[in-house]
Write a protein that binds this ligand. Structure first.
Ligand SMILES: C[S@@+](CC[C@H](N)C(=O)[O-])C[C@H]1O[C@@H](n2cnc3c(N)ncnc32)[C@H](O)[C@@H]1O
Length: 335
C-alpha cells in the first residue's frame, strides 16, 4: 500500500524513456555507468543523473568492484508497490530500442573479456550471463542423473515429456491424464518402456489403492483443478508414508484471458495458501514458494513445492484428509 504522494513520485520516476531503458537493462544485468553509456548511447552525465535518482528511490543498488561501480535492480529489495508498478509497466513494454539495448548489452558484457577472464568479469552474477552450453535444460537433464525414483505417479502427465526424462530413473512410472488423445501420444512416445503405464483418468479421483506410490508429480496441472484441495488430498492418499509430492504450478495472477486460452480453471495459487492446503491434507511441507519467473510476458511467477507424507500419520493429518473428502468418480485404467 502507498499514499498518493509516494505513488505519484514513483510513477514520475518510471515516466522517463531513459530511466525505463536503464531499468530494463538493470533488471537482468549488473552494469557500470560506462557500460550503460555504451549500450544506450545516452551521454554519461545523463546516465549518472538518472542512476542517482533510481538509486535514491531504492529502485536499484550499487556495488563497487575496484575502481568501478556496478548497478543492478534488486527485485527482492524493492517495495511491494514499486515492484508491482514496474512489473505492470515492463509487462506491456515492447520497443525496437529495448531490443537493440538488449543486443548491445550482451556485446558489452562479452567485451569485458578483453580486460579480464570471463569468470572474473561475471563473478557473483554468473547466472545472468551467457555461457556456451550452460542452459537450464542441460542442467536439469544432468540433475536427473542424481535421482533414484521408486513407484512414480505423474498426475496430468500430458504426452510424456517429463516421463521421458524421469521414467528411466524409476522402478514403475504411471502417466495419468484425463485426455485419451494425450495418453495415446504418451504411449506412442514411451510405450517401449515396460515399466511405464498409461492411465486415462481424473486427478481428483484416482483409481488406485491407498499407499501405492513413492513419488507423485504434479507439473503444471493444478491450475486445471476444479477442486485443488480434493486433488491434494487424493495425492496424499495414493502416496505411501514417507513418499514425496513435487508440485509445480503458477503463482496467483490476474491474467484471466490467458487462463481462458489454456482452459485453466483457476488463476494460480498464493504460495502461503497452497502451503496451508498441503499442510491441512497432512503433508510436511519442505518448500512452497516462487522458484522461477518466466522470461516472456506476462512474466508468470512459478511455484515449486516439495512435500512429504509423514512416515507415521499424525492426528492432524487424518483430520485434514477427512475434511478434504474422498474421491467419488473412479478413473478408467487404459492399459
Ligand atoms: C499443461 S499440461 C502439463 C503436462 C505435463 N505435466 C508437463 O509438464 O509436460 C496439463 C495436462 O493436465 C491434463 N489434465 C487437466 N485436467 C486434468 C484432470 N482433471 N485430471 C487429469 N489430467 C488433467 C491435461 O489433459 C494436460 O495434458
Amino acid at each position: 500500500m502507498s499514499d498518493l504522494n509516494t505513488t505519484s513520485s514513483l510513477l514520475g520516476l518510471y515516466a522517463d524513456v531513459t530511466r525505463m531503458r536503464l531499468m530494463c537493462l538493470l533488471e537482468t544485468h549488473e552494469l557500470s555507468v560506462a557500460e550503460l553509456t555504451r549500450i544506450t548511447a545516452v551521454p554519461q552525465p545523463r546516465v549518472s543523473t538518472h542512476l542517482g535518482k533510481l538509486k535514491d528511490a531504492g529502485l536499484i543498488r550499487d556495488r563497487r568492484v575496484g575502481t568501478s561501480t556496478f548497478y543492478r535492480m534488486d527485485a527482492a529489495r524493492l517495495s511491494e508497490s514499486a515492484l508491482a508498478a514496474w512489473r505492470a509497466i515492463a509487462a506491456q513494454l515492447t520497443d525496437a530500442v529495448l531490443a537493440d539495448d538488449a543486443e548491445r548489452c550482451e556485446e558489452v558484457v562479452a567485451s569485458r573479456l578483453g580486460a579480464t577472464h570471463w569468470a572474473d568479469a561475471v563473478a557473483g552474477q554468473m547466472e545472468h550471463h551467457y555461457s556456451p552450453g550452460r542452459t537450464w535444460e542441460a542442467t536439469a537433464r544432468a540433475f536427473v542423473g542424481l535421482m533414484h525414483l521408486g513407484d512414480v505417479l505423474d498426475v496430468g502427465s500430458g504426452d510424456g515429456v517429463i516421463a521421458q526424462l524421469l521414467a528411466p530413473r524409476a522402478r514403475r512410472y504411471v502417466c495419468l491424464d484425463r485426455s485419451a488423445k494425450v495418453i495415446d501420444a504418451a504411449s506412442a512416445r514411451l510405450g517401449q518402456l515396460a515399466h511405464v503405464e498409461f492411465v486415462c483418468g481424473d486427478m481428483h479421483a484416482i483409481e488406485v489403492p491407498d499407499n501405492s506410490f513413492d513419488q507423485v508429480l504434479s507439473f503444471s496441472v493444478l491450475t486445471y483443478a476444479q477442486d485443488p484441495k480434493r486433488c491434494i488430498a487424493e495425492w496424499f492418499r495414493v502416496l505411501r508414508p514417507g513418499g514425496s509430492l513435487v508440485l509445480v504450478t503458477l503463482d496467483e495472477h490476474r491474467h484471466q484471458e490467458l487462463a481462458d486460452a489454456y482452459e485453466h480453471l483457476n488463476r494460480g495459487f498464493a504460495p502461503a495458501g497452497l502451503a496451508a492446503v498441503l499442510a491441512a491434507a497432512g503433508f510436511e511441507v519442505d518448500r512452497c514458494d516462487v522458484a522461477a519467473r518466466e522470461r516472456r510476458k506476462p512474466y508468470f511467477d512459478v511455484i515449486c513445492a516439495f512435500a512429504r507424507r509423514p512416515s507415521v500419520a499424525a492426528p492432524h493429518a487424518r483430520r485434514g484428509r477427512a475434511a478434504a473428502g474422498k474421491p467419488t468418480s473412479p478413473a478408467a485404467p487404459r492399459s
